[in-house]
Design a protein around this ligand. Sequence first.
Ligand code: NAD
Length: 439
Amino acid sequence: MESASSRLTVIGIGYLGLTHAVCMAEIGHDVLAHDIDAGKIAKAESGESPFYEPGLEPLLRKHLELGRLRFTTSIEEVAEFAQVHFVCVGTPQGTDGSADLSYLWTATQELARHLTGPSLVVGKSTVPPGTARQLAERVGELAPAGSELAWNPEFLREGFAVADSLRPDRLVFGVESDGATELLRAVFEPLLTAGVPALFLDLETAELVKISANAFLAMKISFINAMAQVCEAVGADVAMLAQALRYDERIGARFLAPGLGFGGGCLPKDLRAFRHTAEQLGVGSVVDLLGTVDSINLSRRAKVTELARNAVGGSLDGKRVAVLGVSFKPDTDDIRDSPSLDVCDRLISEGAVVSVHDPVALPNAAIANPALRCAHSVCDAADGADVVLLLTEWSDYQAIDPAMLAKVVHRRFLVDARCALDAGSWRAAGWIVTVLGRP
Ligand code: NAD
């Protein structure tokens, strides 16, 4: 392969792909982005992000106006546009817990068939180790001579996706040749010049960096939630325990927030896919470890349902529950595997009437579960409620006036499942407050 042009393409414009396309334009490339979903493409073309991500839309509009970013549903156009192609399609959870790689195989093969000259196909989706090597073989069979495949796993966090893409902690590449390394260095040159560390690894190690990072983060969250269970049993305070642990640099301050646990389009499915891979590889210790992490995480959802049930006197049947926050975490409208929505499902299955509020995720929640009553203000959600549950810790909720909310509810019961509110001020306003893991 010869030198990189500054043109590149992005295939799949979901949370990862659209952010990547916009940020590649921001660092100076001419980008053509593709998706099979014509609705998403039309929205993006009109300057509207198909999902909520802080800071993304202004950059999208900027680069549409500058002409540096274009969208298409045509794979032929993509194949002809550039030498470097980033594949960013979804790898959701399959029925047996493994990663469903069908979108990735379809997208990569479609691209490879249409390529007209030596090209570099760069996978960014999260995949089990061994996937990239199999795809590389297929690209070798289908694409013009001199084409190859590399892997560039992505570590961005929804809610901070733009900042994470423009200034990542590190760049990881799985490469098979010096040519691929050179091309990738050229593409990411502005980030490398800014001092972002870059690691050029073999394909399998690059794939593993991503899934082991996610497994470790999930493990940290489940660790503090397991400690919450101990705190509940002995009357200790998990919030203070976490605060004290954070001072220890060996442990680190992040991902130690006790509460309802993790969800979203990445951690849960990546954890289960990794567990599935470890099973196939016969690495029992990883199978056991990740299985425990997953079950601790899910147990918190059952615990919060139990706290709600207890708060309303032992049966949720016919009771009104107000839920604050439905996105899987704050600052996103992503409700994939949302712990909050899972709790809502459990409450509804026990006969509760559930009103939900969320600053941005209500439209997605309404589609996911039509039985939910969507409220456009916290007061509307809490109107006549027997219990209020804080399930996603949007910062807006810290500004709620407990005395004002006390006027609209039926009973002043609050379950803070994210240790996010000032329990003292709620109690002072007459609320009975339960906080997961706190006495
Ligand atoms: P997503 O579901 O939001 O987006 C996937 C997109 O791919 C969709 O728009 C879909 O229409 C498109 N697509 C599917 N098949 C296609 C095809 N053949 N051609 C073109 N487009 C096609 O998913 P996402 O959250 O963006 O995740 C994508 C990948 O990135 C996953 O492997 C995920 O694990 C990984 N990842 C995601 C994040 C994140 O925060 N969302 C972070 C790091 C890594």
